[in-house]
Ligand binder design. Structure first.
Ligand code: HEC
Ligand code: HEC
Length: 351
C-alpha cells in the first residue's frame, strides 16, 4: 500500500514538474518571439482621451499590422473570393462605403445599414449602429461569417490561405504557430484597423495653432459648439451614446436600432452617435445611408425632426439655425476632413 502511494506521489510530482516546465518554456518562447517582432507604439494623438482598447491582449507589431492589412484587402476571406473587407470599407471614403447607401455583399446581397468609416476604433466603446458588439474582435468576426457580407466560414478561409507560403510564414512569425487559427486572423485584422488613427484635419491643425480658420469656419465652429457638441463632442466628435434624432422609420428596413439589442421600449429608434470626423467624404449619411449630403443632415435637424416618445430631449423643438449659420456650419464640418488619412500609404492595398 505504502509503495503504491509513494509511486503515485512520485508520478504526481513528475507530472507537475513537466507541466510547469513546459509552461515556463512556452512563456519564454512567447517572449522571445515578441522580441523578434518590430513592436509598434499605439498612436494616441495629443488631446485624445485614453483609448478604450490598448492592444494588451494583442501586442501591436509592424508584422502583425502588415498581416492584418493583407487580410483586409484579400478577397479569399469571402465565399466568392471577391468581397474583401475593403470592398465595403474603402480608404477613399475614410473606410466607409463610397457612393452607396447600403453596401453590396456576396451573392447580390445588400447590407441593411450604411458602412461606418473605420478609424479611431480604439476609442469605440461599442461597435455597429446599435452597439451589438462590445469588442473590436467580435465586430471583425461578424462580416466574415455574415451571409449578407462575406458569407465564408473560418475553415473555408483557412483552407484557402494556408496554401499561401507567405501567409504561413507571417502567421508563424506573429503568433508563433505554423497553423492558422481564426483567433489569429481576427487579431491581425484588429491590429490593422485598430491602428488606423485619423487626427490630421484642418480642425486638428487649428487646435495645434499651425493653421487658422476662415471667419466662416470660425463661426461654424461656434454654431457646432452651441448646437451639436453635446452628442458629437470634441475631440472624437461622438459621445458613443445611443440617441433618437427623430428620423422616420424606413418601412422596408423596419430598423429600430438599439431596441433590437436590449429589448427595451425606451431604446426604440436609438442609434449610436456617429463621429463627424471625415463625415464630408463619407457620401451617405445616417444608419441606413438615407441622406446623400451634409446639407440634408443639417436640414433634418432644422426642419424634419419627428416627435416620438424616445426622441432625444435636446431635439424636442429641433435646432434653429439661420441660413448663414447653416452654411458656416457646413464649412466647419468640411474642415474635419483628414485628407492625409485617406491617402496614407500605410493603409493602402498592399502591392
Ligand atoms: C458587404 C459589406 C461589408 C463587408 C465586406 C465588411 N463590412 Fe464591416 N461593416 C459593414 C456595415 C454595413 C457595417 C455596419 C453594420 C451595422 O451597424 O449594423 C459594418 C461595420 C463594421 C465595424 C464596426 C464599426 C463601428 O464603428 O461600429 C467594423 C469594425 C467593421 N465593419 C470591420 C470590418 C472588417 C474587418 C471586415 C472584413 C473582415 C468588414 N468589416 C467587412 C459592411 C461591411
Ligand atoms: C441628440 C443628439 C444629437 C445632436 C444634438 C446632434 N446629433 Fe447628429 N447624430 C446623432 C445621432 C444619434 C446620429 C445617427 C442617427 C441615425 O443614423 O439614426 C447623428 C447623425 C449625424 C450625421 C450623419 C453622420 C453619418 O456618418 O452618417 C451628421 C452629419 C450629424 N449628425 C451632424 C450633426 C450636426 C451638424 C448637429 C448640430 C446641428 C448634430 N448632428 C446634432 C445625434 C445628435
Amino acid at each position: 500500500m505504502n509503495t503504491v502511494r509513494k509511486s503515485l506521489l512520485t508520478i504526481f510530482l513528475l507530472l507537475t514538474t513537466i507541466i510547469s516546465l513546459s509552461y515556463l518554456l512556452g512563456s519564454c518562447r512567447k517572449e522571445s518571439r515578441i522580441k523578434e517582432l518590430e513592436l509598434l507604439q499605439q498612436d494616441i494623438p495629443s488631446g485624445f482621451p485614453v483609448p478604450a482598447y490598448n492592444f494588451s491582449d494583442n501586442p501591436l507589431s509592424t508584422e502583425g499590422f502588415e498581416l492584418g492589412r493583407k487580410l483586409f484587402y484579400d478577397g479569399r476571406l469571402s465565399i466568392d473570393n471577391a468581397t474583401p473587407c475593403s470592398s465595403c470599407h474603402q480608404q477613399i471614403a475614410g473606410f466607409g462605403t463610397f457612393e452607396h447607401d447600403r453596401s453590396h455583399g456576396v451573392n447580390n446581397s445588400h447590407t441593411l445599414r450604411n458602412a461606418p468609416g473605420l478609424f479611431n476604433l480604439a476609442w469605440n466603446t461599442s461597435f455597429h449602429w446599435d452597439g451589438k458588439y462590445t469588442t473590436l474582435v467580435d465586430a471583425i468576426a461578424q462580416p466574415i461569417n455574415g451571409h449578407i457580407e462575406m458569407g465564408e466560414s473560418f475553415n473555408g478561409v483557412i483552407s484557402k490561405i494556408q496554401d499561401d507560403p507567405a501567409y504561413r510564414e507571417s502567421f508563424k512569425k506573429v503568433f508563433g504557430y505554423p497553423f492558422i487559427r481564426p483567433e489569429y486572423i481576427l487579431k491581425a485584422l484588429a491590429q490593422f484597423i485598430g491602428y488606423m488613427v485619423s487626427a490630421n484635419s484642418k480642425y486638428d491643425r487649428y487646435k495645434k495653432g499651425t493653421e487658422s480658420f476662415s471667419p466662416q469656419e470660425e463661426n461654424g465652429y461656434q454654431v457646432y459648439k452651441a448646437n451639436c457638441a453635446t452628442c458629437h463632442p470634441e475631440p472624437l466628435f461622438t459621445d458613443y451614446s445611443y440617441r433618437n434624432i427623430g428620423l422616420p422609420v424606413d418601412n422596408f428596413l423596419k430598423d429600430y436600432g438599439r431596441l433590437m439589442i436590449t429589448g427595451k421600449a425606451e431604446d426604440s429608434l436609438k442609434f449610436k452617435v456617429p463621429t463627424l470626423r471625415n463625415t464630408y467624404i463619407s457620401s451617405n449619411y445616417m444608419h441606413d445611408g438615407r441622406m446623400g449630403t451634409l446639407a440634408q443632415c443639417v436640414n433634418h435637424y432644422r426642419n424634419s425632426v419627428q416627435q416620438s416618445s424616445t426622441l432625444d430631449p435636446l431635439l424636442a423643438t429641433g435646432i434653429t439655425l439661420t441660413n448663414t449659420q447653416t452654411t458656416d456650419l457646413l464649412l466647419f464640418l468640411r474642415a474635419l476632413t483628414d485628407s492625409a488619412f485617406i491617402q496614407d500609404p500605410r493603409f493602402r492595398q498592399p502591392d
